[in-house]
Design a protein around this ligand. Structure first.
Ligand SMILES: Nc1nc2c(c(=O)[nH]1)N[C@H]1C(S)=C(S)[C@@H](COP(=O)(O)OP(=O)(O)OC[C@H]3O[C@@H](n4cnc5c(=O)[nH]c(N)nc54)[C@H](O)[C@@H]3O)O[C@H]1N2
Ligand SMILES: Nc1nc2c(c(=O)[nH]1)N[C@H]1C(S)=C(S)[C@@H](COP(=O)(O)OP(=O)(O)OC[C@H]3O[C@@H](n4cnc5c(=O)[nH]c(N)nc54)[C@H](O)[C@@H]3O)O[C@H]1N2
Ligand code: SF4
Ligand SMILES: [Mo]
Length: 717
């Protein structure tokens, strides 16, 4: 008689680069296999809800294309010709190449490069321990959070805010510059609850009628990069019509009178001409916010990815300080909770060993760095060797033409530690197979909420996969990098980190599953003062001294407006480049992750660009036609998707498809720029001027899968 396997439900946590960090309940079928992944109810923020792509994680973890063995390149770079080698041989080669680079060009010629493919603190950040122990070049991480965090913290002085669960008890939830239906589904759970139980209004501010905008009671469709103007006009009305809370302003803000005077000329008519909204829409939004004390501003990353994104984020975050909404339950703002966990990461990252004189290279400028741009290299030695974990720069980094040229360098040694043969791994000399989150132990924190949680090993990894920590241990031993962390297990590192951050032991956390780190109401609402030493919200921050994210000012920081404003530094259209392109996130992908799973591929169908029908008409472009987008950085082919939910003159390409899904292998980041956004850098992925042209690529360059796949469902809606 056959006995059905007994399925166990084990706790875990989603490791992906998503603010939600959902608590999971995983069906473990046997020591090597999982079934469905469910949301765990015990986490009161993620509350049992997870996205579809993670629910079907079996498709990713048991994917037939997973890397299983170390590989060594045998053909030309990028040829895909590799041979299987042993772990010892692979690590010996990596170590030899790193030692050679160090000997011939100095330690800064080795660049450990990583990002947040896993958000586990040990596996994500452990690479910095190797870096610091060896004085390898630093990485200044600008690809994601630099702009949004700076803008928010510029106002509050601290990367924290109101408990995001309070969205459910607000009377108005403003979802600004984030598309949570795609990117962090749990925001919707709480906003919808507020609507259902309290009749709360949901406002969304975005640049196209995305899935979140379609669910909003008030959808404010602004021109890209104009949120500062909208926020200023809203505050103008608040001051003008007596909605400003002067008791609050006097007690909790820095220069309210100056702000009021400055905003006198920033009226709705001024903002209408910049944002493309009507005066009526702006007045209506301002009135709603003015009359609704419990207004919750859920501020996302997306609108920060503009060259004026820091100023825009700060302007939006200033609104609740004018109405005094911060004082009320369900009122105030939230962006990210980074500051509430107070981690002591010295064991994970080995920071005490860091030599302050070592350069820190801009992550987003990897193309410039690898092609020898002197400014990007800070005048120092070339980068001769890369160790890459948890990121796929050939697809995701801006200025893709430069990135590709850099990786093609014959004199550059590249080791990529990956779960799949990504486009970056394909360019490597040595490829190492990596475990997935259910195959190793790690510690995870919420970005969009306040829990932290253990994700323990649930099943054995396939083949010879090793975790990031094991790879670092193997390299450290061979290059003589000394740090006690290399001699410890992930569990021991987690335990030390918890204890030295005042969060108890690993056993305690294991027993509790997750810990709610939410600070008390008074603190979360900044009623005991904002994060700055003067305890005030700063309408007029010193942009050269924003706490928490500072590598020294860069970009055109000296020209930043001192008070909230519309700062006209975006890539405005020109006669030659009459469209503004944004590369907003696709629902079924997570950055470049899940582009390998068949269901996500089928649902996203193919790379497309949304075009307003009236913009398509003059060139006779119809749905499904090939179009070429072009700017000073390069050109990309996609299919046209006619959609009247974008503004005239705006194009949206939901991304990030593999480059190889586009004709000529040129991906969307061919068009995006790596110039540093003021004041602390960052990549303005949604701020690109382009030309649009109906154009057929050469048939031989069209990827087969893309050519064949027919539309089965609309991408939006
Ligand atoms: N499904 C899915 N989920 C993801 C990701 C993914 O790629 N796919 N990526 C993950 C990562 S790494 C991150 S950092 C988060 C990011 O998640 P979000 O905070 O949602 O930020 P973005 O994804 O950059 O963009 C969000 C929205 O901002 C809009 N936007 C762009 N420019 C402007 C502007 O000038 N003004 C306004 N008002 N809106 C603008 C875009 O059109 C988009 O709809 O999501 C994570 N979750
Ligand atoms: N055009 C455009 N480009 C963008 C963006 C955009 O909105 N538009 N968004 C930007 C943003 S916000 C971000 S954060 C970046 C993110 O870009 P990436 O850092 O590339 O993001 P991911 O796809 O999340 O993760 C990359 C890789 O990590 C691997 N990985 C996962 N877990 C592990 C592990 O435990 N060990 C190892 N060794 N590898 C692992 C995955 O297999 C995956 O290939 O992209 C940026 N690029
Ligand atoms: S919503 Fe985000 S955190 Fe939650 S399961 Fe999906 S990708 Fe993971
Ligand atoms: Mo990100």
């Amino acid at each position: 008689m056959n006995q059905a396997p007994r399925i166990e439900h084990r706790p875990s946590v989603c490791p992906h680069d998503c603010p939600s960090a959902c608590s999971l309940k995983v069906e473990v079928i046997d020591g090597r296999t999982i079934g469905r992944v469910h949301g765990a109810q015990t986490n009161r923020y993620t509350a049992g809800v997870i996205c579809a792509k993670v629910a079907r994680y079996a498709e990713r973890i048991h994917h037939p294309d997973r890397l299983l063995h170390p590989l060594k390149r045998t053909g030309p770079k990028g040829s895909g010709q590799f041979e299987r080698i042993s772990w010892d041989e692979a690590l010996d080669i990596v170590a030899r190449k790193f030692l050679e680079a160090e000997r011939d060009f100095g330690s800064e010629s080795v660049w450990p490069y990583y990002y947040a493919g896993t958000m586990g603190l040990v596996m994500r950040d452990g690479i910095n321990r190797l870096r610091h122990a060896k004085n390898y070049s630093g990485q200044y991480s600008t690809i994601c959070t630099a702009m949004a965090w700076t803008g928010y913290v510029g106002g509050t002085g601290k990367l924290a805010g109101v408990d995001p669960r309070e969205m459910a008890v607000s009377d108005c939830v403003v979802i600004w510059g984030t598309n949570p239906v795609h990117t962090q589904v749990n925001v919707m759970t709480h906003a919808m609850k507020a609507r259902k139980e309290r009749g709360a209004k949901i406002v969304a501010v975005d640049i196209y009628m995305n899935a979140t905008m379609k669910q909003a009671d008030m959808a404010l469709l602004v021109r890209p990069g104009t949120d500062g103007a909208l926020a200023c006009a809203v505050m103008h009305v608040l001051f003008r019509d007596g909605y400003a809370d002067w008791d609050y302003l006097k007690r909790y803000t820095d220069h309210p009178r100056e702000l009021e005077a400055h905003l006198r000329t920033r009226d709705p008519a001024w903002a209408a001409s910049i944002t493309g909204l009507t005066v009526g829409q702006i007045e209506e939004f301002a009135k709603l916010v003015g009359e609704t004390k419990r207004t919750f501003f859920r501020l996302g990353y997306g609108f920060g990815r503009q060259r004026n994104g820091v100023v825009n984020m700060h302007a939006a975050a200033s609104i609740p300080a004018v109405t005094g909404a911060w004082q009320y339950e369900g009122g105030g703002a939230f962006h990210n909770n980074g500051a509430i966990f107070h981690w002591n990461k010295s064991l994970i990252e080995g920071r005490e060993d860091a030599d302050g004189s070592i350069r820190s290279l801009d992550q987003s400028q990897i193309g410039r760095v690898l092609t020898g741009d002197r400014e990007a290299l800070y005048g120092g030695p070339p980068v001769k060797a890369l160790l890459i974990q948890n990121t796929n720069p050939i697809s995701v980094a801006p200025e893709q033409e430069l990135v590709k040229r850099g990786f093609a360098r014959e004199d550059l040694f590249v080791c990529v530690h990956e779960q799949f043969m990504t486009e970056t791994a394909l360019m490597a000399d040595i490829v190492l197979p990596a475990t997935m989150f259910m195959e190793h132990d790690d510690l995870y924190q919420g970005g969009g909420h306040q829990y932290f949680q253990l994700g323990l090993k649930l099943i054995d990894a396939p083949g010879e996969c090793r975790s990031n920590h094991e790879v670092l241990q193997g390299i450290a031993k061979r290059v003589d990098a000394k740090h006690r962390g290399f001699g410890m297990t992930p569990r021991e590192i987690i335990d030390w980190t918890l204890q030295n951050s005042d969060w108890g032991t690993v056993e305690n956390l294991e027993e509790q599953v997750h810990i709610d780190a939410q600070p008390p109401f008074e603190q979360a609402h900044f009623l005991d003062g904002f994060g700055y030493p003067d305890g005030k919200f700063h309408f007029k921050p010193d942009w050269t001294k924003v706490p928490s994210y500072n590598n020294g000012p860069m970009g055109p920081w000296a020209e930043m407006p001192s008070l909230p404003d519309h700062w006209a530094v975006i890539e405005e259209t020109t006669h030659e480049h009459p469209f503004r392109l944004a590369t907003s996130p696709a629902r079924q992908f997570l950055n470049s992750t899940f582009t390998e799973t068949p269901t996500s591929q089928a649902k996203e169908r193919r790379p497309e660009v949304m075009i307003h029908p009236l913009d398509a008409e003059p060139q006779g472009i119809v749905d499904g036609d090939w179009v070429k987008l072009k700017n000073q950085r390069g050109e990309v082919y996609l299919r046209a998707q006619l959609f009247d939910g974008v503004r005239r003159g705006v194009l949206i390409a939901e991304s990030i498809w593999p480059n190889a899904a586009h004709p000529y292998g040129r991906g969307i980041n061919t068009l995006t720029g790596a110039d540093q956004v003021a004041p602390y850098g960052g990549a303005a992925f949604h701020d690109n001027r382009v030309a649009l042209e109906k154009a057929e690529p050469k048939p031989s360059t069209v990827p087969v899968a893309t050519a064949k796949r027919e539309r089965t469902e609309p991408v939006v809606g």
